[in-house]
Design a binder for this molecule. Structure first.
Ligand code: MN
Length: 352
């Protein structure tokens, strides 16, 4: 099978990318009976929304196709909120052997598929990866087709590109869901560029609304999440990296939300970690100023490195990343600070 990899940092839409969009799903629709759509573990909003969009596209292309969506280790809390309003058929144990196609969304590293790595590798079906993360060798080794736009703020944008390339009608529901994925991954459009804004405008033209997405994402947080954010602030340790402020903290849950909250409070780089049955999860968030000036990629330069050194998995974006390892929280935070020191060549000073 001819593999089609479409990548690059360029915003320029290449002919190859355009062809990849119009050829999706690379299986003749009449042969499509069963499809599995796979999100990365602990699926975030973008992954869920992209999966919703793919399920919609496949059903439009082939009436009666059975589409099941799988999220290893379930959905993140905000993704659950999207799912309660816009459900898909979520299954715990997908049948890869009987599937004609497996579409993996928003997953830059194969290890993020957890227990489904081996079943996916072994499956005889066509394997398609749709993404906006840098292409990893682990994905290259398995994928038959990759449609990837690293300059897109979200995989939901890539799904919208496919929808329009195939000239499929965009329902109000799918417009709202894709817009929600875009709003989430672009940090409420803070990272949006011309093309993102153009897609957002088109989705709003199909009946979606920005206010609607923000309401789904939940400005009103559950009290448990607010307590985690407040505890995160209460237990905050501060460090200086040159003129930059790094904040580290320990919380049991809502790590991503806590890290985001610390950035909102004023740290340049937030490290929120917590232990759960021998495993530590850590989320990293930085403000755009830090990312632009310091130039470290929290996914590739920090999360992946710390995860590799402590025997775990991780990855992410330039200013948002996470990882899970088998180590205690103290070791995790120390390792993050050490990797940041090594990557920047600056010394970290912990404030008392
Ligand atoms: Mn994403």
């Amino acid at each position: 099978m001819k593999k089609l990899h479409v990548g690059g940092r360029s915003r320029r839409v290449t002919e190859r990318y355009r062809r990849a969009l119009t050829d999706f799903p690379y299986v003749r629709p009449e042969l499509l009976k069963r499809a599995v759509v796979v999100c990365h573990r602990h699926a975030d909003v973008d992954a869920y929304c992209a999966a919703y969009g793919v399920a919609y596209i496949l059903r439009r292309l082939r009436k009666g196709v059975s589409v099941s969506v799988v999220a290893p280790d379930g959905l993140s809390i905000p993704a659950k909120r999207v799912a309660s309003k816009y459900p898909v058929r979520l299954v715990e144990k997908p049948n890869f052997e009987r599937a004609d196609i497996a579409v993996v969304v928003d997953t830059g590293n194969l290890a993020l598929l957890g227990e489904f790595v081996e079943p996916l590798k072994a499956a005889g079906c066509v394997k398609v990866f749709l993404d906006h993360h840098p292409l990893s060798s682990s994905v290259k080794g398995v994928a038959d087709y990759v449609v990837l736009d690293e300059s897109a703020t979200s995989t939901s944008e890539v799904i919208y590109d496919i929808l329009t390339a195939l000239k499929l009608p965009v329902s109000k529901a799918v417009a709202q869901v894709l817009l929600t994925g875009i709003i989430f991954d672009s940090q409420h459009l803070k990272l949006a560029d011309y093309r993102t804004v153009k897609i957002v405008a088109e989705l709003c033209g199909r009946g979606a609304s920005i206010g609607g997405s923000i309401r789904i994402l939940g400005v009103l947080r559950e009290s448990s999440e607010r307590i985690a954010r407040l505890k995160g602030a209460q237990r905050l340790s501060l460090h200086r990296l040159g003129d930059w402020i790094i904040g580290s903290t320990e919380v049991g849950s809502y790590h991503a939300s806590v890290a985001r909250a610390l950035v909102d409070l004023g740290v340049d780089l937030a490290v929120a970690a917590g232990e759960n049955s021998g495993e530590s999860r850590c989320c990293l968030r930085a403000n755009q100023r830090f990312h632009k000036a310091v130039g470290i990629h929290l996914g590739g330069d920090v999360a992946e490195k710390v995860a590799a050194s402590l025997g775990g998995v991780g990855g992410g974006h330039p200013s948002a990343a996470s990882f899970t390892v088998n180590a205690d929280v103290g070791t995790v935070i120390k390792s993050v600070l050490k990797v940041v020191e090594d990557a920047t060549g600056l010394k970290i000073r912990t404030l008392s």
